[in-house]
Design a protein around this ligand. Sequence first.
Ligand SMILES: [Zn+2]
Length: 317
Amino acid sequence: MALHIGVDVGGTKVLAAAVSETGEVLRTARRSTPGRRVSVSLVEDALTEAVSEVAGGLPVDGVGIAAAGFVDADGERVMFAPHLPWRGEEVRARLAARWGTVVALDNDANCAARAEHAHGAARGARDAVIVTLGTGIGGALVLDGRVHRGRNGMAGEFGHMQVVPDGQVCECGGTGCWEQYSSGNALVRYSRARVGVEPTLLTAMCSGNPELLVGAMVTAAAEQGDLVASEAFDSVGDWLGVGLANLVAAFDPEVVVIGGGVSAAGDRLLDPARAALARSLVGVGHRVVPELRRARLGPEAGVVGAADLVRQAQALR
Ligand SMILES: [Zn+2]
């Protein structure tokens, strides 16, 4: 049987997995990401270790890399990765030479979208918008059945669309970016501002120190019926729907898939998003509003999509 491996190179960890043709994760291996102030070869060593552990001595037919960073339009180089030392590095060719096998490369959001489209929540859709709510907002587009990468390979950076003129300052240097209002960070910021102001379970959870508040606490408090935590989800969900109305107006997809850590809240997040989408979208009443679905593949979407990517690259050779 042909062995295809997907590797997700994130900010804190490297996850490698052998993945079947139907998207099933067969075995995995993990390493820590060495950081961004180290040599490129040290990162390659971590990837090599993870890949050989997954291979377990069997010949490898191809390795797909899902990198947390900007990958050029040809899928050859990582132009920039905030948590890794790759700066315009020819990652695909270097790893192919080192491993003596076919290597394919794309960014992690595109790989996750590929996986959701092939095996998950966007399966069978011709056009889909995939939005990942983590610390910030990541995203990807499927157009005419293919992941749309754009001129620079940077399509799908939805988190930095401006939704509030002169709004919150963003790490990107802009103001009022969507991810400042709808993300894990936004959830925490909303909640922190209310600790000590209103009665809430969050005060005890963070020992009265708003700085200690994290997203998981807001989720737990909301599950226990806490009003402040529920309002935080209402706010993040509402802004999610407002931004999605812009994306749906632009791309008219069949389905919108919401993934990432914050999406674990399910309908607590998606119901206000659905309401805001129905309220904000142009032409409601005269069009089919796309379904909002939770992503299905979870944290393994990146490795599954990366393995699919190299399988396809190999088929084209
Ligand atoms: Zn921004």
